[in-house]
Design a protein around this ligand. Structure first.
Ligand code: LLP
Length: 417
């Protein structure tokens, strides 16, 4: 995080005062540091070299094409979950031979688009889906490379909404049905089985659930190989957590080395799909104080950014550190930092102790680079905010702020209305 640093009392992103960027682009906005992004890329990339691996960045974490373009130029592929993400990845210059496609509900049109783009493989989440992929591939005269996403029934010990590897979750194929799935897929003429996949959840801060899952998957892998099926790719998904408050997630190299031991007998390639780890602490969300509101027992700081811009606090009760861009002196107050949206869940932080912030002050909401902008919406008819990328002493808009016209330009009033 040290590319977002206070010099004296003022927050900088690399060599530029955040205040200066705010005065040029207005508020609220997302602000990313290229230096941090590079550092995260390097740490993960170097760590992954202990294994014969391919890294497919998880596009959903931050899908701005400038961020994608940087990661693809450095040689990474993409983990996608929709036709829209594939479109973005292609526009950002991905090598489609390094694209893996997950998700429980791929449509025929999306499957066709991915087949025509010649992606590396589909991570298939049900038998029904493999039949559909076989059908679409047959229709357009292609062979689809697939892996099955297996649900190992391991508790990732993270927020229930971002747990995906428990048998009650909709994701993956029940491990008990896995061998049958592989056998059935072998009979399909337009399917080429190339992999095995598993992703148990996001924001994991302990290594043991990964070890447990990879142990289970490794046993299955040996059984599949024993059947004469060639597994070239073992996709272990994403999920490594980051520090928002005081979490101490494992370092990527600890994780990789631990996995390497478990997979000692496997000689194919391993795929990783990191998202949050790369983008999360590479970005902040900058918002401006509109009012201070003293409601007696409760004090509110009302800001111009809301849950439509950064949904994580409202949806997961997620903690993001919030610090004034210019550090203040003065009395410490306990406040809720809330947005202008008409929902009581519209908060960015609760019960935060702050030195009396005033109208017009800028606040930085940290660790907002992943699942920030990508989960934002136009709720309450709020134009989506700008995104800015800093490189040392220069910055660029990588997405302009939406206008009111943008809000309605796809809407149509029919004759009969
Ligand atoms: N691969 C698959 C198949 C996934 O479903 C995900 C995330 C990833 C990779 C990347 O996981 P990561 O490395 O970022 O943990 N909106 C939530 C997070 C949802 C994650 C969904 N899947 C949040 O804001 O915490």
């Amino acid at each position: 995080m040290n590319d977002f640093i206070f010099k004296e009392n003022e927050l900088y992103c690399e060599d530029i005062p955040v205040r200066e960027i705010a005065s040029k682009v207005g508020t609220p906005f997302y602000l990313y540091s290229l230096a941090t992004l590079k550092r995260h890329f390097n740490v993960f990339n170097e760590s992954s070299k202990v294994l014969n691996s391919i890294v497919c960045y998880s596009v959903k974490a931050n899908s701005n094409i400038a961020i994608l373009n940087f990661l693809f130029k450095m040689g990474w592929g993409a983990d996608i979950v929709s036709g829209g993400e594939l479109f973005r990845a292609i526009k950002a210059g991905v090598d489609t031979k390094k694209v893996v496609y997950s998700g429980v509900g791929k449509t025929e049109a999306e499957i066709e688009f991915a087949l025509k783009s010649d992606i590396l493989m589909f991570n298939v989440e049900s038998l029904a889906e493999v039949f559909l992929i076989d059908k679409v591939a047959g229709k357009i005269g292609k062979k689809a490379r697939i892996s099955f996403r297996i649900n190992p029934n391991v508790d990732p010990k993270t927020h229930p909404y971002i747990s995906t590897g428990l048998k009650k979750n909709k994701f993956g194929i029940n491990i008990k049905q896995a061998l049958v799935a592989y056998e059935k897929a072998e009979e399909l003429s337009n399917i080429d089985i190339v992999g095995l996949d598993c992703h148990i959840g996001s924001q994991l801060t302990e290594i043991s659930p990964f070890n447990d899952a990879v142990g289970i998957i490794n046993k299955l892998l040996l059984k599949i190989i024993a059947k004469g099926i060639n597994i070239k790719y073992l996709d272990l998904g994403g999920g490594l957590g980051i520090t928002y408050e005081n979490e101490m997630p494992p370092h990527p190299s600890t994780y990789m080395n631990s996995i390497k031991k478990i997979l000692a007998g496997y000689d194919g390639q391993v795929i990783f799909e990191p998202g949050r780890l790369i983008a999360g602490n590479s970005g902040i969300f900058v918002t401006k104080v509109i009012h201070n509101k003293d409601a007696g027992s409760k004090k509110f700081v009302i800001v111009d950014g809301g849950m439509n811009d950064l949904l994580r606090p409202a949806l997961y009760d997620a903690y993001h550190e919030i610090i004034p861009v210019i550090k203040k002196s003065g009395a410490k107050l306990k406040v809720d930092i809330v947005g202008p949206i008409c929902e009581s869940a519209d908060f960015l932080g609760k019960d935060r102790v702050m030195n009396g912030v005033e109208e017009g002050d800028l606040l930085a909401v940290f660790s907002a680079g992943a699942y920030g902008f990508s989960m934002s919406s136009n709720y309450n008819s709020r134009p989506r905010v700008a995104e800015v990328l800093v490189d040392k002493d220069r910055f660029s808009l990588i997405r302009r702020r939406e206008t009111y016209e943008d809000l309605i330009d796809k809407e149509i009033i029919p004759d009969y209305a």
